[in-house]
Design a protein around this ligand. Structure first.
Ligand SMILES: [Zn+2]
Length: 366
């Protein structure tokens, strides 16, 4: 994996053009003038594909396309990982919170494609630890679980899926009444969601038949999820969730992931006012977290050693944010698993709020 250094266009940005997915040396393109913009560099080279006649520019291949302030993308990435809420980030850079929301969505969707593009292929050779991380969207009446799976020797997080859940646990009579009113109006989450989504996660990280050693807690839905995966031979080990959460716990790797996620993300703190208003937005931040955890962060920050991706032989150095953001990735050139398509296209509904704002369907600017 290398950052694109040349200013020559690498492929035609038109998804319907034959030179989009199969760029070749004989791809006919020409330079077609410049345009100017306020941000540096101010003069942007334009091109035209001679095959499909589409115009594009060097910006078409940059993660900062259409941004008025392209210099903010890297610092905002770090702030999102460093426990700032959207409002704090907005104040620091003199932006509106909506702009930060937009940058977070852009970064999250890029990171989702980055993970899909560079995650390991082929069978998983290390034991896995799986857990469901609990948070909520909008209000405590809409709990969410994020199912995460991590490699026990590399600490690489292979992926995630999410489930809406019903509020449970101890509630006052008034809270039960409120839940009944909300459920009458908004419907109830699918009680089979955990089972379905855990199966979907393991299918996504191991699509081909293989043996797998899997460690989880004793949640009753996990064995049911595994029975849905007929193509996998799974050796399933369970441990009580009350067992001490030390490094000897077989779920240590995924517990650590939960801990880092809560530590770095203001929206997952307990008793916070920075909680996620929408699951869609929390998913985008989770994708950013995943790329940071796998590709940017040392195994041990004190020793500044290898990242999980380096431990798997996927990279030879820890990637700085600028390298993660060096090349724009587009869904028409990355095989995004079907379960992640709604995450990328912002189709995750929050019951109180409906669908989030849609992204531009047109992938490339002229
Ligand atoms: Zn073309």
């Amino acid at each position: 994996m290398t950052a694109r250094s040349s200013s020559l266009p690498p492929y035609c940005p038109n998804p319907r053009c034959r030179y989009h997915t199969e760029p070749s040396r004989d791809w006919p393109w020409k330079r077609a003038g410049f345009f100017t913009r306020l941000a540096a560099p101010q003069r942007i080279q334009r091109f035209q594909c001679r095959h499909c006649r589409r115009h594009f520019s060097t910006q078409s291949f940059s993660t900062t396309y259409w941004l008025k302030r392209p210099e903010l993308l890297v610092p905002v990435l770090h702030r999102l990982l460093g426990c700032s809420g959207f409002r704090q980030i907005a104040r620091e850079f003199d932006l509106s919170p909506q702009t930060v929301l937009g940058l977070s969505a852009r970064l999250g969707r890029h990171c989702l494609l980055f993970h899909a593009r560079y995650r390991p292929r082929g069978p998983i050779l290390e034991p896995l630890a799986l857990d469901s991380f609990q948070s909520f969207e909008w209000s405590q009446y809409l709990p969410t679980l994020y199912h995460l799976v991590a490699g026990r020797s590399s600490h690489f997080c292979y992926g995630f899926t999410d489930s809406e859940c019903r509020r449970s646990g101890r509630m006052t009579a008034a809270q039960k009444r409120r839940r009944a009113i909300l459920e009458a109006g908004l419907g109830r989450p699918d009680p089979r969601s955990i089972e379905r989504e855990v199966a979907s996660l393991l299918h996504l990280v191991a699509p081909e038949p293989q043996m797998m050693e899997l460690h989880t807690d004793e949640h009753q839905d996990y064995p049911r999820a595994l029975r849905r995966l007929r193509h996998l031979t799974i050796e399933h080990h369970t441990i009580s969730s009350r067992a001490a959460r030390t490094s000897r716990n077989p779920l240590f790797e995924v517990n650590l992931l939960d801990l880092l996620l809560r530590h770095g993300g203001s929206h997952h703190k307990r008793e916070t006012i920075a909680f996620a208003k929408r699951r869609q937005s929390a998913i985008e931040r989770l994708a950013i977290f995943l790329v940071w955890r796998n590709w940017m962060k040392s195994f041990s920050e004190r020793r500044r050693d290898a990242s999980p991706a380096m431990r798997l032989g996927l990279a030879d150095h820890r990637l700085p944010a600028a390298e993660v953001l060096a090349e724009r990735l587009v869904p028409s050139r990355v095989a995004l698993p079907p379960r992640w398509q709604p995450y990328y296209w912002r189709e995750v509904r929050t019951r109180y709020l409906g669908r989030p704002r849609r992204p531009h369907r047109r992938v490339f600017a002229a």
